[in-house]
Ligand binder design. Structure first.
Ligand code: ADP
Ligand code: MG
Length: 438
């Protein structure tokens, strides 16, 4: 009860209590990775649970245990990290057969709080291709690393299984175009074969498939054919299946039948780690205070972060400037525009938040105390403060003539909850993204 279902399935599904004597419990887990992880993250939870059953339990030990009914360990092999020079050379060589960009590897993917779950699921997929998490559905906002991670699975699968496995990566726009062209030229069969002949099919940004009837139909058939043959499907989207509005029900439930993970906005630590990794990859020496500054100010996503880094490098190399705080600050100011600068106003925030939660603006600022309305309302107040820097009395006034303390409370509450609750943080990120696009 203390662990979410996806986490449970990832870490504990095939775990077992192997032995227990003199107060020490021995728990078998599937892999070294799981063992380290569980030991680190769940030790107390497990000890507590065991104590509840038997209060003589004093400690828990973990070992890797692959019983006869457990899968062989393939993950071990995947640990050879790519060297940094390799990464640089690989940058633009897209494999024509798989359509994968070799620069996206599992070892160059930096793991942090916002993506650890998705990363773990990716490792799970690699361990048992087609059988464990199928389909794997990864969602999250722009630039958080979805494409990187799903392509990395493809590259790693190729490494691990060499030619025994056929991998194909396709952005969903390309898939849609092919289906449309195939219909026009009456050559659907070739397209079907192309996809049905793969062992791992990776489709990026599937939200675009929703609503296009014929592609959806074709996608569904391809999907089913692959799925029924235990082929691995890996999908990414900017939102969870249930929020792809036009997605056909049977397709949605197929998606939901597998493993769904989100990648949320990177926190400060991850931003620092990614910056360091990318700077090193590019052979650039960045002073620690510059890294800190960029990580503190460039918060939206990792693509933006990389953009700033590239620009810093450009300034250094083309303009011969020293990399220091002043230069970095200038680059940051040029690179990111705050929503307030983009003429966002409070009406737009109210509208986008109401739309997002499918309630009316009148309800959003109205008097209802229903949970489905109170949270969106608090989110709206939070955003008005966070994005537009409006005063609490003004926010209270615009949000249905409420007292400024209500607006303050809402802001405080959501600010705190965002740090603890990934789902909430994700919702807010989606809304912010809509706002910056609106
Ligand atoms: P998305 O597909 O979610 O929009 P991308 O996968 O294109 O995002 O990521 C944007 C950029 O950030 C890429 O250059 C990618 O390599 C980098 N990136 C994202 N997540 C990570 C990570 N965890 N570690 C290292 N680089 C990352
Ligand atoms: Mg992408």
């Amino acid at each position: 009860m203390q662990i979410s279902q996806p986490n449970f399935l990832t870490w504990f599904k095939n775990s077992r209590l192997l032995d227990k004597k003199e107060g020490a419990a021995l728990v078998g887990l599937q892999s070294n990775f799981a063992k380290d992880w569980v030991q680190d993250k769940y030790y107390k939870v497990i000890l507590g649970a065991l104590r509840n059953l038997d209060d003589s339990t004093k400690k828990v030990d973990f070992i890797v245990h692959n019983g006869p009914d457990l899968p062989p360990k393939l993950a071990e092999k995947s640990k050879t990290p790519a060297t940094s020079s390799q990464l640089m050379f690989n940058e633009l060589k897209i494999d024509p057969e798989t359509n994968l960009n070799p620069k996206y590897t599992m070892s160059s993917f930096v793991v942090g709080g916002s993506n650890e779950m998705a990363f773990a699921a990716a490792q799970g997929v690699l361990k048992e291709i087609g059988r464990k998490y199928n389909p794997l559905f990864i969602y999250g906002g722009v630039g958080v690393g979805k494409t990187h991670l799903i392509q990395a699975i493809g590259n790693e699968a190729k490494n691990l299984y060499q030619n025994r496995i056929r991998v194909k990566y396709v952005p969903s726009e390309k898939f849609i175009n092919e289906v449309v062209a195939g219909m026009r030229n009456k050559r659907m069969e070739t397209i079907k074969d192309r996809y049905r002949n793969t062992d791992v099919l990776i489709i990026d940004d599937v939200q675009f498939i929703g609503g296009k009837e014929r592609t959806e139909e074709e996608f569904f058939h391809t999907f089913n054919a692959l799925y029924e043959n235990n082929k691995q499907l890996i999908l990414s989207s900017d939102r969870p299946p249930k929020f792809i509005p036009t997605l056909e029900e049977r397709l949605r439930s197929r998606f939901e039948g597998g493993m769904i993970c989100d990648i949320s906005q990177p926190d400060y630590e991850l931003r620092v780690a990614v910056l360091k990794a990318k700077a090193q990859e590019k052979g650039i020496n960045m002073p620690a205070e510059v890294i800190d500054l960029i990580a503190a100010k460039v918060k939206k996503n990792l693509r933006e972060l990389e953009g700033v880094l590239n620009r810093v490098i450009f300034y250094q190399q083309a303009k011969n400037q020293e990399i220091n705080i002043k230069m970095a600050d200038q680059v940051i100011n040029e690179s990111i525009q705050s929503p307030a600068q983009q003429n966002l106003n409070h009406q737009q925030v109210v509208k986008v938040v109401s739309d997002h939660f499918e309630i009316s603006p009148a309800d959003l600022i109205g008097r209802s105390r229903k949970k489905e309305i109170v949270e969106p309302r608090q989110i709206a107040m939070y955003l008005l403060r966070d994005l537009l820097d409006l005063s609490f009395p003004f926010i209270g006034e615009k949000m249905g003539k409420r007292d400024h303390t209500t607006a303050m409370y809402a802001f405080e509450k959501i600010s705190q909850d965002v740090d603890k609750n990934q789902q909430l943080s994700n919702k807010i990120m989606l809304i912010k993204e809509k706002l910056t696009k609106s």
